[in-house]
Design a protein around this ligand. Structure first.
Ligand SMILES: C[S@@+](CC[C@H](N)C(=O)[O-])C[C@H]1O[C@@H](n2cnc3c(N)ncnc32)[C@H](O)[C@@H]1O
Length: 462
């Protein structure tokens, strides 16, 4: 299988299993994209601007995949990854790229998606929202597995290319309090009566709002725990100032083991709001970026004192309650009834009476709209990765819909798809868009976009 590679940019050598490529861009999983002999290759570990020798992993009809063997000439933005698990652990994929360059690449991914899928171009770009790039993750699901060959109990994220658990000694993107506990968690689980029956530990960190612990650990267990197990878990909680929860079944089965009373909450100080959550509730992963995001959403939406705002996919009220501080009325709609309950409790907790919440499936396309046909002056959309096509389709095309829509997205592909409908079918213009550094070092692209009802076209010339 030997082959000769003499020049940079050389095409695939017939019969060879490696080739040289100049990397042009990044794909949505953080792989470098190149063209070799006219065919696209997605190369793990390669960065735009790199010249690499890579090995083919897979050859498909329309594209190939591969992995870096040698970096012949590095991109000027290449840096040494900080974590020793980088490359194996599936948690991060961009630690080898300077953080500012990560954001630039993510902006490019957003721009390309909007142009190619949505056929739209924002009239203006919002500056990226930036925060701390390490220790930012306040929510995570850690896999647990007993693998005696690898030294016992492993706790960590899944590997990139396998379903194995990466045995993490520490994790630089996790909140440092959680990272520091990783080795102790391995020892704790190993000491339980049936370590092989603990598949997952979910972690959540709140702001320090009470003298009680603000770090929560939820142990998923497939068999009942013994009295001795429970004692061990309680002692661990006490020793490490962690709330301990047990989860014998689905999310509804979560119960607090230690201490007797506990809350988790985060604050939005600018709005004087405190949001309480349970450890398995959806909360935005990066607290600093979330505070900035809520601030920017308010700035962009400009809710007036006489206006009504609709907040779709509202979760526990992260945007609804800040909006309610300014608008006449806000209706938050969310599919998870438990989160709706939490949102109502949060409204009460903050003395807010102008927010209402409703549980409804926003992906259902049948029947009347969950918001009962009411006209709202402005909309906020924050859907999951699958996007908001069903609600976007329900907008009137005659200009009688909301005057402005702020769309927060964790998937540029579905944002672009929905933008196409908003701009080319519903008469909106894409006033601005930009990325948020919600997940530094990972390939996740979080973004936001502002759509204005109005005659000026935000579309691209065909
Ligand atoms: C990205 S989260 C946003 C939550 C909230 N806006 C926040 O900032 O915390 C998306 C939310 O959509 C909800 N969701 C998912 N599918 C849904 C559906 N079919 N109908 C309504 N809500 C849904 C999820 O439960 C989740 O709370």
């Amino acid at each position: 299988m030997s082959s000769h590679h003499s020049a940079l940019g050389e095409a695939l050598v017939a019969g060879g299993d490696t080739a040289v490529a100049h990397i042009d861009s990044l794909d949505f999983e953080g792989n470098g994209v190149a063209r070799v002999a006219g065919k696209a290759v997605f190369i793990q570990g390669a960065l735009p601007g790199d010249e690499v020798r890579f090995r083919y992993h897979n050859k498909k009809k329309n594209y190939d995949t591969g992995g870096v063997v040698e970096i012949l000439s590095p991109s000027a933005d290449r840096v040494v990854p900080r974590c020793r698990h980088f490359g194996v652990c599936g948690g991060c994929s961009l630690q080898h790229l300077r953080p500012e360059a990560q954001l630039r690449e993510k902006e490019q991914i957003l721009r390309d998606n909007l142009a190619h899928i949505g056929k739209v171009r924002p009239a203006a770009w919002l500056p990226p929202l930036q925060g701390p790039v390490w220790g930012y993750r306040r929510k995570a699901r850690l896999g647990v597995r007993l693998v005696p060959k690898k030294g016992g109990v492993l706790v960590g994220f899944r590997e990139k290319r396998h379903s194995f658990i990466t045995p993490l000694e520490s994790c630089d993107v996790l909140d440092t309090r959680v990272s520091e506990l990783l080795p102790e968690l391995r020892v704790l689980v190993a000491g339980l009566s049936q370590p092989q029956r603990i598949p997952q530990i979910e972690v959540a960190v709140g702001d320090p709002v009470t003298p009680l612990p603000c770090l929560a650990l939820v142990f998923r267990h497939l068999e009942p725990l013994t009295g001795e197990d429970l004692d061990r878990l309680r002692r661990f909680g006490e020793h490490h100032a962690a709330q301990i929860y047990l989860q014998p079944g689905g999310p509804d089965s979560v119960s607090l083991l230690w201490p007797q009373d506990a809350v988790l909450a985060y604050r939005l100080p600018e709005e004087g709001i405190e949001l309480q959550f349970r450890p398995v509730d959806f909360v935005q992963v990066n607290g600093a970026i979330n505070r900035a995001l809520v601030g920017r959403a308010l700035e962009l939406l400009e809710p007036g004192a006489d206006e009504a705002v609709l907040d779709l996919f509202c979760g526990l009220g992260n945007f609804t309650l800040p909006l309610a501080r300014h608008a006449r009325r806000v209706l938050g709609i969310e599919g998870d009834a438990a989160l709706v309950g939490q949102a109502r409790a949060n409204a009460k907790h903050n003395g807010i009476t102008s927010a209402e919440f409703l549980a409804a499936d926003l992906y259902s396309a049948d029947g009347p709209t969950p918001w009962g046909g009411e006209r709202f002056d402005k909309w906020l959309l924050d859907p999951p990765r699958t996007g908001a096509m069903e609600v976007v389709k329900r907008l009137p095309a005659d200009g009688s819909g909301p005057g402005r829509i702020v769309y927060v997205s964790c998937n540029p592909g579905t944002l672009a798809r929905d933008s196409e409908v908003l701009v080319h079918a519903k008469g909106y213009r894409l006033a601005s868009a930009g990325v948020l550094d919600m997940f530094p070092h990972t390939s996740h692209v979080e973004s936001m976009a502002v759509f204005e009802a109005g005659p000026v076209s935000g579309g691209m010339d065909p």
